[in-house]
Design a protein around this ligand. Structure first.
Ligand SMILES: *Cc1c(COP(=O)(O)O)cnc(C)c1O
Length: 495
């Protein structure tokens, strides 16, 4: 049966999966959502025998119904290959009573690789299916990890170009170095003087610029998005929750049908929304635990039903979660509004006008699957240190936010349910914060000395992604004001 995608903001004609992937955002500014969520096509016993790639096919085929079996299997094979440093792709590590689902074994050592290794293939396949002749220009705002993962995914992919905007002072030194050393003639990296929300708003404005779209088309280009609003990002993220459940069953940690909790360090709400979709597909998930850093907009939302971005933007040690507008929350808001596009559009209008909106009591009641909390900077550092002292396992700052929030939840709810914590970045990506949390004797070392110290204390090998940038030359050094983003795009495309 064909699954179609419609906008969260109006009742316009639904589109096929491949069209939704190509467009990224709906014409009315809404996000594409599936008309209904499919059910898991296999039993846990069957899933437990499958490789990551096989699980990926079973899950993704239910969402991307206009892709042929051959097309989809091809995309999966090209995405989840030796770029990952483990055959398991997303292994589980048990530490101190929880299972850390390591989503950082891809090319850029953060969980964005899980979706961005496959998105370029989904996108170029979708373009072929829809007879698109234009070159596809990927425009992305990044708080650090998406940018590099998208660059790595799209570099030198024929028929595509990619432009990444990042907040010049809002990413870690290693994240920045990873981006500005990116090779590939079709890549372009631009720092902006502003924060992530400025970058994201700038990109949204460029996408919504009808005149620019016309000019692009005349020059043989069209935009698409690699941001987590693209359904081609979201669908591959559902896979690893199903895979994690199947692995827990295969390892005799749970019985078939037994519920688990999932904890997700959250920024744009993409990763946790994928877990929510997995639950709605029938995966036995009890609580979806949404962990925030000091930018705790989402915690306040779950507490009060009011989403309010009017507050100071705080730079934390978990920069990929430094976000005040969680774009993907709109998909949840739409769903709990009973798929009422008018209502969703009103909330989003109020968000852009007043910076806030309040959901109804009936909608708030639909949020009982979720638990929200946050960890401040001190708690995050303590969590890294505590877990390391106790078990020898070293986690990154984002994962530590989730880990701490899980402890808070467990204390409050006295819930012993088997729990999976999404581990979203390698500690090597945030070495300075991680090592400082463990011992202040590391404070004065250089970034790469810290990398070597981390390798020693965690007894892990330095990932390739880090070795590569030790000596790589800087290839991108453009920095622009936040109102110059459009001009930067035109310059790069030479139009
Ligand atoms: C992007 C990112 C997050 C946040 O994920 P969302 O899907 O935006 O909620 C958390 N941790 C890391 C390391 C990330 O890169």
């Amino acid at each position: 049966m064909e699954l179609l995608y419609k906008s969260t903001r109006s009742d316009s004609e639904p589109v096929t999966a491949s069209k939704a992937i190509l467009k990224g955002l709906a014409d009315d500014g809404g996000l594409f959502v599936p008309e209904q969520l499919p059910k898991l096509p296999c039993s846990v016993e069957e899933l437990a025998k499958m490789t990551y790639q096989e699980v990926a096919y079973e899950v993704m085929k239910e969402f991307l119904t206009d892709f042929t079996e051959e097309e989809l299997k091809n995309c999966i094979a090209r995405a989840y290959d030796q770029k990952f440093d483990t055959e398991k792709i997303a292994p589980l590590k048990e530490a101190d009573g929880a299972f850390y689902l390591e989503l950082f074994h891809g090319a850029t050592i953060a969980f964005k690789d899980m979706a961005l290794s496959i998105l370029p293939h989904l996108l170029t396949t979708a373009a072929k299916k829809n007879d698109v002749k234009n070159e596809i220009v990927i425009l992305t705002a990044t708080s650090g990890d998406t940018g590099k993962a998208a660059l790595a995914g799209f570099a030198d992919v024929p028929g595509t170009r990619i432009i990444v905007f990042y907040p010049k002072n809002g990413v870690s030194p290693i994240q920045e170095k990873q981006m500005v050393t990116q090779k590939g003639a079709n890549t372009h990296v631009v720092g902006i003087r502003g924060n992530f929300d400025d970058a994201q708003t700038g990109v949204k404005n460029i996408f919504g610029d009808k005149e620019l779209a016309k000019k692009m088309d005349e020059a043989g280009f069209q935009f698409s998005s690699a941001n987590s609003i693209n359904i081609g990002r979201l669908v591959p993220q559902v896979v690893y929750y199903v895979y994690a459940y199947a692995q827990l069953f295969a390892q005799n940690k749970i019985k078939a049908g037994e519920q688990i909790n999932v904890v997700v360090p959250t920024g744009n709400f993409g990763n946790i929304l994928a877990a929510y979709y997995a639950k709605n597909m029938g995966l036995p998930i009890h609580k979806l635990i949404c962990a925030s850093n000091e930018n705790k907009v989402l915690y306040d939302f779950f507490e009060t039903g009011i989403y309010d971005r009017n507050r100071d933007f705080i730079l934390t040690s978990s920069p990929s979660m430094d976000i005040l507008i969680s774009s993907n929350l709109e998909r949840l808001v739409y769903k709990i509004a009973g798929a009422d596009a008018k209502m969703d559009a009103d909330f989003m209008a109020s968000l852009s006008r007043d910076g806030k909106y309040q959901i109804t009591d009936a909608m708030k009641a639909e949020l009982s699957d979720f638990y929200g909390n946050y960890a401040d900077e001190k708690e995050t550092a303590e969590e890294i240190s505590d877990l390391y002292q106790k078990t020898g396992y070293v986690i990154d700052t984002h994962t530590a936010v989730a880990s701490k929030v899980y402890r808070k939840y467990k204390n409050e709810a006295k819930d012993e349910t088997c729990t999976v914590i999404a581990s979203t970045a390698s500690p090597y990506k945030f070495t300075r914060s991680v090592m400082n949390a463990i011992d202040h004797k590391y404070d004065d070392m250089s970034d790469f000395e810290l990398v070597d110290e981390l390798s020693k204390i965690s007894k892990t090998v330095v990932p390739n992604a880090i070795e590569e940038i030790r000596t790589a030359p800087v290839l991108h050094n453009t920095v622009v004001e936040k109102n110059e983003m459009k001009a930067a795009v035109l310059r790069f495309l030479n139009i």
